[in-house]
Design a protein around this ligand. Structure first.
Ligand code: SF4
Length: 306
């Protein structure tokens, strides 16, 4: 297999474009696609401070590395935030990887932990409870990231969500019939206290991200989170992977299809004005944020079980 651009040995065949690329041209293609995503949505402006959520997994590692390269020479500052949820046998390794990539690039890194923020690790929060760990994890991680990014004076939070994640999220919300949550995937206007989020890798397939990490020598093979298999996402991921291998382009068309639906009638799904949580002061819908609600429920459950 030869590179369609320079005839050198190819390292990847991009079926959706009917082309094969060598290492050098794959890196150029990857970074050009990410740049196009950033520019087309006006994600990053000059003089901004971008907080990159770096877990140490391949997506966030690729994100930090790629942003660092794309933004070099520009007046944009990167700062890494790593959230330690407290998941034994999983998170410790990825935190080391997050520290290593931040150090390698000379990017200031901050670690925030569930233990310090909420008084308990995720493992302890879910111990003996019939709850989906990913639900707790998602709520607290968003809460902790927003607070940390705001305290660091960040203008945006960049996350490593990729095309697979986006397609899975669209499909999960279709399956649940949850249109409110689905519409939250649209770019949102700025709201008081809420640091806007950007997803520069949202059009990049997971496999291409893994390859980008490998060819740049930043690949870290982490174990899968022990809670991942308990989620609906795991089922949807397998289904989407199977569909993609039979019908290439399924993931992209799932995301593009949603974008077309979202454009049709914007006024039917207006973005809700956020209030401020009466307990913690974070932006939320209603009086109290989800994180404070869950923390109170955990306290009540712990008292009852004594
Ligand atoms: Fe958190 Fe679930 Fe992801 Fe594990 S799989 S890190 S519990 S969201």
């Amino acid at each position: 297999m030869k590179c369609n651009i320079c005839n050198s040995p190819a390292i990847i065949s991009l079926k959706r474009y009917g082309t094969s690329l060598c290492q050098e041209h794959f890196i150029s293609y990857f970074e050009a696609k990410v740049k196009e995503t950033i520019l087309s949505a006006g994600m990053i402006a000059e003089k901004e401070r971008i907080a990159v959520a770096v877990s140490g997994g391949k997506d966030s590692t690729a994100l930090l590395f790629c942003l660092y390269r794309l933004l070099s020479g520009r007046e944009v500052e990167l700062v890494a935030i790593t959230v330690d949820e407290g998941i034994a046998g999983y998170r410790d390794d990825t935190i080391q990887a997050a520290k290593a990539i931040s150090r390698q690039l000379g990017v200031e890194q901050h670690v925030v932990s569930f233990r310090e923020e909420y008084g308990s690790s995720l493992d302890r929060m879910v111990l003996g409870k019939r709850v989906a760990p990913c639900t707790y994890c998602g709520v607290f991680r968003k809460h902790a990231l927003n607070r940390a990014a705001r305290n660091l004076g960040a203008d945006k939070i960049a996350t490593g969500h990729n095309l697979d994640d986006e397609a899975q999220t669209v499909m999960m919300n279709y399956l649940k019939g949850d249109f409110e949550r689905l519409m939250r995937l649209r770019p949102r206007r700025a709201q008081k206290g809420l640091v806007p989020r950007i997803k520069p890798l949202r059009m990049m397939p997971e496999k291409e991200i893994a390859l980008y990490c490998m060819v740049n020598g930043i690949f870290f093979q982490s174990r899968e989170c022990p809670y991942a298999s308990l989620s609906l996402r795991a089922e949807v991921r397998d289904m989407m992977n199977s569909l993609e291998s039979q019908f290439p382009g399924t993931k992209l068309s799932t995301v593009k299809g949603f974008e077309r639906i979202a454009e049709v009638d914007q006024s039917r799904w207006p973005q809700i004005d956020l209030a401020t949580c009466t307990q913690c002061g974070e932006p939320c819908v209603g009086n109290r944020c989800k994180a404070c609600e869950i923390l109170d429920n955990i306290k009540i459950a712990n008292i009852k079980s004594r």
